[in-house]
Design a binder for this molecule. Sequence first.
Ligand SMILES: N[C@@H](CCC(=O)N[C@@H](CS)C(=O)NCC(=O)O)C(=O)O
Length: 207
Amino acid sequence: MILVGQYDSPFVRRVAVSLRLLGFAYQHDTRSVFADFDAMRKVNPLARIPSLVLDGGETLIDSAAILDWLDETVGPERALLPRSGAERRRALRLIALATGAIDKAGAAIYERVVRPAALRWPDWIARCRTQATGAIEALGRESWPATGRLSQAEITTACMVRYVKMADPELMAAERYPSLDGLSERLEARPEFRATFPAEYAIPRGD
Ligand SMILES: N[C@@H](CCC(=O)N[C@@H](CS)C(=O)NCC(=O)O)C(=O)O
């Protein structure tokens, strides 16, 4: 199978980490959603990443749908999302906060960096960053125990932490969120995270 998208996208990265953790081999298509826009539209009409092209040729789009397929394929015992009840609801809430923080931090950075300087809207940037901060604070109040089986809430939150630190470091100033720093350090030391570590955030600049 082929995973389409670069690891500086936390949505791509959470899929890559999950694939590796669950023992799936994949090829990596590292074309850019910006530089290779037309080619990307052929993979996904939205021209967004990640996509996962399965061995039979079927293409899955959107990280949540890809992770759902992965969990279904490995079965309930190995699935990364808890099966039911309060544990599942909690995991889904944490994942919504983490992916929401990525969406809002990402929207602010697109507005602040990609959009030409003359067209930027400071109030919108501030609003998006306030929303991202709200979600990060809520995640920072959660406990992230070092024991137990790794779940999708932890994977996605650790991918969010790396992304925000890379894209908008002011949102996660040092030592402000010790429990999230602890989770991030622990997970970034794992082989699946090391193999997918994004060293830099590559987006076009509209200066
Ligand atoms: N809900 C989607 C979000 C994916 C997403 O936002 N991808 C970004 C990269 S982090 C992207 O493709 N951005 C380019 C664009 O939207 O034009 C998912 O979970 O896969």
